[in-house]
Ligand binder design. Structure first.
Ligand code: 5AD
Ligand code: SF4
Length: 474
């Protein structure tokens, strides 16, 4: 039973395929196939969305390029999480006016989270008149129809209606990698952390049906994908809207049973929903990688409350302790915000002490960025930018020492790693990932090993990566 989620009907997706075919006919009539450039900002969910946009474009007869000049269509898939990300996008979109002047007929599309913000859409409408199509995450499934409208009428199209969100199955996909695959298991977020724009632009939490997720993972496994990441803003609340007797741990267990030699990862988790059952399931499931991204955001209870995170410091530390009890070698990473409105230096120091207590393997660190329309944006924020910057630097320095120490502890160990690429560094031949997803620069081997699991002996380490050689190679 679906309680609330709107599911786009197969007939609606078929209609989008018809639009693709119409455009494909136009493309086939051109002397050379038209080219598209898809530029992606932000998180893995956006990467996954861009793979669907590429899927649609390929069905429309488009080839791909990385050149703005050569592209007949440019799609910019944007991120709204921080102001800095938005400024970068707007700068780059502004500069496209020159490419378009040299390439009349070029179609410029802006999509993703920024497009779903009313004030950004208005700015594009008024001041970026070279942008032809603007659509938010809610409208991604009907991209062919919107694109067709631009192509045939040559008018500007905006599809940015606010809605709780839907789920569409059966959108074609062109994946960027043949080794690592992203599988969205749910969309949206219900948590409304007071600093965060995501629930406003990506709508409410909605889960894909387990059979759809399982079919996608099975297809990837059959194609030889080695590293499959399950995606959602808060994967731990998977299934709550489905009205079925299945939660995230159950889903993991079912994915683990799919035959094949692959690792299962997942992100992101909210501490409030990371359960003992999940930790025990991870410990039991052979394919689930020993890696857990568990954002804590702040170390002070007063700030956690103001952030609406609904757990406290002690509760977070308890989850970490129980996770390590079940999965002793687990690699724990986290997100943290410095300079939330009203955070004092002693409160910031509680963040530092939490980092020292947990000893994360790596941290993603952010300076608070006010997002219009979120509760935190109207909270008093007396600390100067310079003070926040100084605290941020203190935090990075503390974490860098911990990361280096954690990495040093790998030296001398041999780990089964996934060779995931050819190294661009002079001193190494290949790149690889440990089961916990730490980067290893491998001294020997060649491109034929990419996509294989190999035992790698770790010989050295620094703050950012490990160094190793193929085991048994002298
Ligand atoms: N300012 C700074 N960082 C933010 N994040 C989310 N919103 C903001 C904001 N307004 C961070 C959080 C989240 C990560 C994806 O981005 O740490 O976990
Ligand atoms: Fe944003 Fe909080 Fe939802 Fe994460 S859990 S997407 S930080 S509102």
């Amino acid at each position: 039973m679906d309680r609330q989620t709107t599911r786009i009907s197969p007939a609606d997706i078929d209609r989008q395929r018809e639009f693709c075919e119409q455009i494909h006919e136009r493309s086939a009539a051109l002397p050379t196939p038209p080219l598209a450039f898809v530029d992606t900002y932000g998180c893995q969910q956006n990467e996954a969305d861009s793979e669907r946009i590429r899927g649609y474009l390929a069905s429309m007869g488009y080839g791909f390029t990385e050149s703005e000049e050569a592209a007949d269509a440019i799609v910019i898939n944007t991120c709204a999480i921080r102001e800095h990300a938005e400024d970068r996008v707007l700068g780059n979109v502004g500069a496209l006016v020159h490419a378009k002047r040299r390439h009349p007929g070029q179609i410029i599309c802006l999509c993703g989270c920024m497009a779903q913000e009313p004030q950004v859409a208005e700015k594009i409408r008024q001041s970026y008149r070279h942008v032809d199509l603007v659509f938010g995450p809610h409208a991604l499934w009907k991209f062919p129809e919107l694109f067709c409208r631009v192509l045939t009428r040559r008018g500007r199209v905006f599809d940015i209606a606010d809605e709780p969100g839907s789920i569409a199955e059966g959108i074609p996909v062109v994946r960027q990698s043949g080794i690592k695959g992203w599988v969205s298991i749910m969309y949206g977020c219900n948590n409304f952390c007071s600093y965060c724009i995501v629930p406003y632009v990506r709508g409410r939490e909605r889960s894909r049906k387990p059979e759809d997720v399982l079919a996608e993972v099975k297809a990837l496994a059959d194609e030889g994908y080695r590293d499959i990441t399950l995606l959602g803003q808060n994967v731990n609340s998977y299934g709550k809207d489905l009205g079925l007797d299945i939660d995230f741990a159950d889903l993991l267990e079912r994915i683990d049973a799919i035959p094949g030699d692959f690792l299962i990862r997942f992100m992101t988790s909210h501490p409030k929903d990371a359960s003992q059952k999940l930790f025990e399931t991870m410990a039991r499931c052979k394919k689930v990688a020993p890696a857990f991204h568990l954002p804590f955001q702040a170390g002070s209870d007063r700030i956690l409350k103001a952030m609406n995170r609904v757990y406290d410091r002690a509760g977070y530390l308890d989850k970490v302790r129980r996770l390590r009890e079940q999965v002793p070698d687990v690699v724990i990473t986290s997100d943290v915000i410095v300079g939330f409105p009203g955070e004092t230096t002693p409160e910031f120091e509680e963040t530092l002490s939490l980092i020292e207590e947990v000893r994360f393997d790596a941290l993603f660190t952010f300076i608070y960025s006010p997002r219009e329309g979120t509760p935190a944006a109207s909270m008093p924020d007396p600390m100067s930018r310079a003070e926040k910057q100084a605290n941020f630097q203190r935090l990075v320095d503390v974490q860098n020492v911990i990361s280096a120490e954690k990495h040093a502890a790998y030296v001398g160990k041999t780990l089964r790693c996934l060779i995931d690429g050819v190294s661009e560094d002079a001193g190494s031949a290949l790149t690889a990932r440990t089961p916990g997803n730490r980067l290893v620069r491998v001294a020997d081997g060649d491109a034929s090993l990419v996509g294989q699991f190999r035992d790698v002996e770790i010989t050295a380490a620094n703050t950012w990566s490990l160094f190793g050689k193929l085991a048994g190679q002298g």
